[in-house]
Design a protein around this ligand. Structure first.
Ligand SMILES: Cc1cc2nc3c(=O)[nH]c(=O)nc-3n(C[C@H](O)[C@H](O)[C@H](O)COP(=O)(O)OP(=O)(O)OC[C@H]3O[C@@H](n4cnc5c(N)ncnc54)[C@H](O)[C@@H]3O)c2cc1C
Length: 406
């Protein structure tokens, strides 16, 4: 019988496993934790996938630091962001968010997802109270009322089997099967946009600047990586996407240069695409009507997703991990039942409003900045001007850096 069984060892599920692991915390030694992952490549240490990188808020780096995995990420390579420049179309003024305004060494970090996963899996393998069940996938879940346990049917290389746990955690991503099997309803909205992701290398140093450029088709983000590389997240309309994905490399580069704008192209010099392919994702916001049931909790994308423009999806997931791990550890020390609704309610109460707030704000920003109406154009330019006012800028940066949850 597991105390906690996690489904999904992506960045969020693996973070929870590490947070409950006994490598750095011997009091967790008698907590029996399991984690089920369908992707067998992870077991072989292959995390390359689509070459995506994520903006990690300063607060999330602190959570990983406390768990003990941040050192592994730094060793593999994280790129600090010193300045984030926000601009709209070809408007000559921009807002610059600088780390020195907040008295921090960095606003956050850009970390390749492969670096995060490799570091988490390395740490997880060193925890003795943690069982990695991979490759394996869940097929069904059943709450066994008379014994008050959650029974999970899985399929792995040794065939089908049943596992039992006091608490099942769904960390199996936006299309979560755990959520569906538990009949948890969701609210959602699909955007008529596609995010195209590619990696470039520039001739001149990027000086650890990140750029968020709001354009008519949607936002365009440039995230700095080591060796003067940058991850591009280009939000295009659904109509223009097939054309952009099919472009020859030289024409694609020309289109890219247009989106960068002349001043930035002069600063970066020649650019070349270095990723093997252009990955594409259809963004949507989604929020589960509840994160908990008896003996079940949802975290990360299984509970909520948001448009990638603000670079917040995983940061919210890491804050879920922090909240759930703290609630479970405290309950364990007080000899409480980890799967009891009373315990899980503490987790949901800590996380719901932060998640909803970020989802709504991101949605409003995307709608506001993608709207062609003159009224909204005036409104967003006024908004950018307002952000030049120092106290307002600091409030925005405080939340963006995740400092309210550290
Ligand atoms: C283009 C793009 C850019 C983004 N940029 C950022 C950013 O800059 N900053 C940021 O904070 N967020 C960003 N995000 C969001 C971020 O990537 C996600 O929020 C994050 O990856 C969610 O992690 P997760 O572990 O919850 O889910 P996932 O990464 O989806 O992991 C789920 C895991 O569960 C496994 N699984 C699924 N089903 C089963 C099953 N039945 N049995 C067993 N295992 C299963 C999967 O194999 C997978 O490993 C971006 C998203 C996109 C699309």
């Amino acid at each position: 019988m597991f105390d906690v069984l996690i489904v999904g060892a992506g960045m969020v599920g693996a973070s929870l496993a590490c947070a409950l692991g006994d490598k750095n915390c011997t009091s967790d030694r008698n907590l029996k934790v399991g984690i089920i992952e369908v992707n067998g490549n992870f077991l072989r240490g292959e995390f390359t996938a689509d070459g995506r990188a994520s903006a990690i808020a300063y607060g999330s780096s602190q959570i990983w630091q406390n768990i003990g995995v941040w050192g592994g990420m730094q060793r593999r390579g994280v790129t600090p962001m010193y300045t984030i420049q926000v601009s709209e179309g070809d408007l000559p003024y921009q807002v610059q968010l600088r780390c020195e305004d907040m008295g921090q060494a960095a606003l956050g970090y850009i970390v390749e997802n492969s670096v995060t996963l490799a570091s988490l899996w390395e740490f997880a393998r060193e925890c003795q109270n943690l069982e990695l069940i991979c490759p394996a996938k869940i097929l069904d879940i059943e709450y066994v009322r008379d014994r008050d346990v959650m029974r999970v049917k899985i399929s792995s290389e040794i065939g089908e089997q049943y596992l039992e746990t006091k608490l099942l955690v769904g960390a199996d991503g936006g299309r979560s099967l755990v959520r569906q099997l538990a009949n948890i309803a969701i609210d959602q909205h699909l955007y008529e946009q596609t995010c195209i992701v590619t990696t470039i290398q520039s001739e001149k140093p990027h000086q650890n600047f990140a750029y968020e450029r709001f354009q008519a088709s949607g936002p365009f983000a440039i995230l700095p990586l080591g060796s003067d590389r940058a991850c591009i997240v280009w939000t295009a309309t659904t109509d223009e996407t097939p054309h952009l994905l099919a472009l020859e490399e030289s024409t694609f580069l020309q289109e890219l240069a247009k989106r960068f704008g002349q001043p930035l192209m002069e600063r970066l010099g020649n650019i070349k695409v270095i990723s093997r392919e252009r990955a594409s994702y259809v963004p949507r916001w989604m929020h589960s009507q509840t994160y908990i049931q008896s003996r079940l909790a949802l975290i990360g994308d299984a509970a909520h997703t948001t448009h990638p423009i603000a670079g917040q999806g995983m940061n919210l997931g890491i804050r879920d991990v922090n909240a759930l791990a703290n609630v479970l550890k405290a309950a364990h020390q007080n000899h409480e039942d980890l799967g009891a609704i009373a315990v899980l309610k503490r987790y949901e109460a800590k996380r719901k409003w932060d998640n909803l707030g970020v989802i709504w704000l991101t949605d409003i920003s995307n709608r506001l900045f993608s709207n062609h109406n003159w009224f909204f154009k005036v409104l967003r330019r006024f908004g950018l001007l307002l952000l030049q006012i120092s106290p307002l800028k600091r409030v925005l940066m405080y939340f963006m850096m995740g400092l309210h949850q550290v």
